[in-house]
Design a protein around this ligand. Structure first.
Ligand SMILES: Nc1ncnc2c1ncn2[C@@H]1O[C@H](COP(=O)(O)OP(=O)(O)OP(=O)(O)O)[C@@H](O)[C@H]1O
Length: 238
C-alpha cells in the first residue's frame, strides 16, 4: 500500500491517528460557497461524535473522509495515508481494506441475505477476509448474533427485515474484517430510544474489541455522552 504519511503529523514510533483533517474545504458547485471544515485529529481506537444543524456539511464531511469526493482544499490522512494523494484505484482499495461505512439509508444489497450483505466486504478485500477468524461466514454470523439478529433471519433477504434489523446488518457489514475506521451517518435515525441506545452500545463495544475508531454523525445530542470526542459543525470556522 502506498504510504504518504506526513512526518509532521505524529511522533515517530507511535501509530498514526485514525483520522487527521487539515484545512479541508469542499464546494458542491462553483457558484456555491466552499464548505470549510474544522481541523481535527482522532487517535486510533477512539470515537468521535459529529453534530450540527441541517445543511452544515456533516454528510459531505463523511463522503470526503470516505474518499468519495475530491476536496477543493486541504488534506485527509487516514491511518497515516494521505487519502487524496492516492490514485482513484488505490483509494478504492484503501476504502475496501480499512473503512466500514454505515450510510443514512444503509445501502444494503436488497437481493442478498443478511449474511450475504454482512460478508460482502470480505469479497471486496482480501485483507478483511484474512482478518476474519475462522472465516467470513462464521464471523458474519457471530456479528449478526452479537447485534441481536435472530438466527432464522440470517438467510432472509434484507428487504424482508425491519428497518432496525437492516440498520444492524449494515453495522455487521461495517464491522466485519476489523477495519481501522467506521464512518456512520445518522444510523440510528429510525430507531426508538431503547433500540437506539442498545445499537450504539453494541456498535461501540464491537469496535472497541478491534481498536476500531468510529466517527458517528447525528443530530441527536443525547447520544454525545457515548463518545470520547465531539465536533460541532456550523460554528465560527465556516
Ligand atoms: N449533491 C449535492 N449537490 C449540491 N449541493 C449539495 C449536495 N449535497 C449537499 N449539498 C449542499 O451542501 C451543504 C451541506 O449538505 P450536507 O448534506 O453535507 O449537510 P448535513 O449537515 O449532512 O445536512 P443534514 O443534517 O440535513 O443531513 C448543503 O448546503 C447542501 O444543500
Amino acid at each position: 500500500m502506498t504510504n504518504t504519511t506526513d512526518p509532521a503529523s505524529h511522533q515517530p514510533g507511535t501509530p498514526p491517528p485514525a483520522i487527521e483533517v487539515r484545512g479541508l474545504g469542499f464546494a458542491w458547485q462553483k457558484a456555491q460557497p466552499t464548505l470549510h471544515f474544522p481541523d481535527f485529529t482522532l487517535p486510533q481506537g477512539e470515537h468521535l461524535f459529529v453534530h450540527g444543524p441541517s445543511g452544515t456539511g456533516k454528510s459531505t464531511l463523511l463522503s470526503l473522509l470516505a474518499g468519495m469526493l475530491q476536496p477543493a482544499e486541504g488534506h485527509v490522512h487516514l491511518q497515516g495515508t494521505d487519502l487524496y494523494r492516492l490514485k482513484t484505484r488505490a483509494r478504492d482499495r484503501f476504502r475496501a481494506d480499512h473503512l466500514g461505512v454505515i450510510f443514512q439509508h444503509f445501502n444494503l444489497v436488497p437481493y442478498l441475505t443478511a449474511r450475504g450483505n454482512a460478508t460482502l466486504p470480505c469479497r471486496l478485500s482480501a485483507r478483511r477476509r484474512d482478518l476474519t477468524e475462522p472465516g467470513a461466514g462464521p464471523e458474519a454470523e457471530r456479528l449478526l448474533a452479537s447485534l441481536a439478529i435472530p438466527e432464522d433471519h440470517w438467510h432472509r433477504k434484507v428487504n424482508r427485515l425491519s428497518i432496525g434489523q437492516q440498520q444492524r446488518v449494515a453495522a455487521a457489514r461495517a464491522l466485519i474484517g476489523a477495519p481501522g475506521i467506521i464512518l456512520a451517518d445518522e444510523p440510528t435515525s429510525a430507531l426508538d430510544t431503547d433500540n437506539r441506545d442498545r445499537f450504539l452500545d453494541l456498535l461501540l463495544e464491537l469496535a472497541d474489541r478491534h481498536a476500531t475508531s468510529v466517527l458517528f454523525v447525528s443530530h441527536d445530542h443525547t447520544l454525545a455522552s457515548h463518545f470520547h470526542h465531539h465536533l460541532e459543525l456550523g460554528g465560527s470556522h465556516g
